[in-house]
Design a protein around this ligand. Sequence first.
Ligand code: SF4
Length: 380
Amino acid sequence: MHSSQNLSIYVHIPFCARKCLYCDFLSFTAEKELINRYFDALSKEICLNADTYKDYTVKSVFFGGGTPSLPDAEYICDILDLLHSKFIFGEDAEITIEMNPGTVSFDKLIKYKAAGINRLSIGAQSFNDDELKKLGRIHDFATFIKTYEAAVEVGFENINIDLMSALPGQSLETYLSTLKKAVELKPTHISAYSLIVEEGTPFFDMELDLPDEDTDRLMYHETKRIIAESGYHRYEISNYAFGDGEKNECYHNKVYWERGNYLGLGLGASSMIENVRFSNITDIMEYIGRLSASESVVSEKEELSFESQMEEFMFLGLRLVKGVDMDLFYRQFGKKAEDVYGDVIVKYKTLGLIEIDGNRLRLTEKGLDVSNTVMAEFCF
Ligand code: SF4
């Protein structure tokens, strides 16, 4: 899918209206003045990088965060204009912005569309106001619906809704009610993750009324069933696209799983270009300071060993329902996947967790249910 000269660009916008209680992303609140300085620095970073990537064709851009829809639309539109002027874009490049209800106006959506954004990813998480409150989200269901309807009215045809299960105070019933309302809206894409309580977040130190393990499993199975019955296909462990075929799948995220080239711009953003992984510094004042002196903001760089490349090929590729292409494995590494991973493949084939179909090796439905365990064994 990705020729070596294709490039996807991730742009990190680290600002949020308020910090959610479960959030461990690189995000924080900020005054207008800091936001202004950040976008100046980001523009500088783009200009500094442009020449290095002049032979690449940009196939997707993803504004993630944080809450990219929080700053005035002009900031995002100017960054996209700058990217267009400095990089070569492929026809029909997928341009996504993550947005959170409560930060989006009709006027903003019109500006995004005019600037060339063609995909929205809306952080709904739940349609139950009590659950949203417990998460520390700033929006309620009514605000989400207003945002969604405005997006449709403005003419966005490609919209993802993010949902979460295993939330404090959530029952199977309230979760199913959210899920059913979501599919009734018929977005082109649904991402459904379960909450993971991460160390260092307020949730980690709180007494949380979380669903028990059985309920958690039921939520997971019902997600698959209800979304599939509503005309979506699952193409990755947690991601569903409407209809058949790849049209509504998220191109940008598939680049991560299929190890295409991606350039991360902005605070803390990660990149992988031709098997070199690198990431930016995470201190915003240092980020602004270095760029005002035209210095690099890359903090860590690692050239992946041959073995790490094979590992990644397997454990990222197996997240996709279609699995990994074993012919491609051979072309890239000069070895057969069966020779490198013979024992693991035999073990999980016998257990019915892996299957081989032509040139593809993939997790079975049962294998996808326990994907972490299986994928871990593809690491050396
Ligand atoms: S909106 Fe998203 S990035 Fe921002 S604090 Fe909440 S979970 Fe974190």
